[in-house]
Ligand binder design. Structure first.
Ligand SMILES: Nc1ncnc2c1ncn2[C@@H]1O[C@H](COP(=O)(O)OP(=O)(O)O)[C@@H](O)[C@H]1O
Ligand SMILES: [Mg+2]
Length: 237
């Protein structure tokens, strides 16, 4: 069992405000992990902390065996961390192909042909400008751009947010395909537990900055009481 990411008793936050308390989390190479929890639970802060964008208080963050606590975001990206922020951020005045090629790093399996095979919609839109894409297409482009950097670990922040159900289905199928085909390790933040649990191997739930559940996704998806308690009913609207 090869642990790609190991977080040990980590506390971090925004300036003086601690948002994450004593977080422990292990991500095995080739697996995908869901990070669930209500709005404000600390999900985005956890991804930002992994990327080095928050204030580190205590604990350790180890990636491929190396402690990254004091590394800059750029150094972490070079080490193989890829991040798709909650705000989609494609270059509006570049075409889809240009958006992909400016970030391409030729050090792994992902290239233009591979991401177009994964997202046929992007191939159809390859000459369109970033600003001319629908919400779903922009989200696909954001994920495709992260893949073009050939990360070892991909962090996705609410990739399905605000998308129509049919696009959610298409996107979650693509995410599952990309983890299956290249053994890419992913950490997926989601508010919708059913979608997230179907596409991941294991899951944690955050509540007020604490890990309140950690287990297999298949088990959590059958545990309605835990889902209701920490994520709430009516999430799957
Ligand atoms: N830039 C920031 N400065 C100060 N507090 C923040 C900032 N971003 C988030 N927070 C606070 O940190 C907590 C966790 O937020 P966040 O990680 O965005 O939650 P989630 O992604 O689970 O909705 C919340 O209390 C939020 O108000
Ligand atoms: Mg968030």
């Amino acid at each position: 069992m090869n642990m790609l990411l190991e977080i040990e008793k980590l506390s971090a936050g925004h300036g003086d405000a601690i948002a994450l308390h004593d977080i422990s989390l292990q991500v095995e190479e080739g697996r995908s992990v869901a990070v669930l929890g209500r709005n404000g639970a600390g999900k985005t802060t956890l991804l930002e902390t992994i990327m080095g964008l928050t204030t580190h208080y205590s604990g350790n963050l180890r990636f491929q065996g190396e402690i990254l606590n004091r590394r800059s975001p750029v150094q972490r990206a070079h080490a193989g961390l890829g991040w798709v922020p909650q705000e989609r951020e494609a270059f509006p005045s570049l075409t889809v192909t240009e958006n992909l090629m400016v970030v391409h790093q030729d050090k792994g399996p992902w290239n233009l042909a591979k991401v177009f095979a994964l997202f046929p919609r992007l191939e159809e839109r390859q000459a369109n400008l970033g600003s001319q894409l629908s919400g779903g297409e922009q989200q696909m482009l954001a994920i495709a751009r992260a893949l073009m950097t050939n990360p070892r670990l991909l962090l996705l922040d609410e990739p399905m947010e605000g998308l129509a159900p049919i696009i959610v289905e298409e996107l979650s199928a693509a995410v599952m395909q990309m983890t299956r085909e290249t053994g890419l390790t992913t950490l997926v933040v989601e508010q919708h537990p059913i979608v997230a649990l179907a596409m991941t191997h294991s899951a944690i739930i955050l509540d007020q900055g604490h890990v309140v559940y950690s287990g297999l996704s298949a088990e959590l998806s059958r545990d309605e009481a835990t889902i209701d308690r920490y994520i709430g009913v009516g999430q799957e609207s």
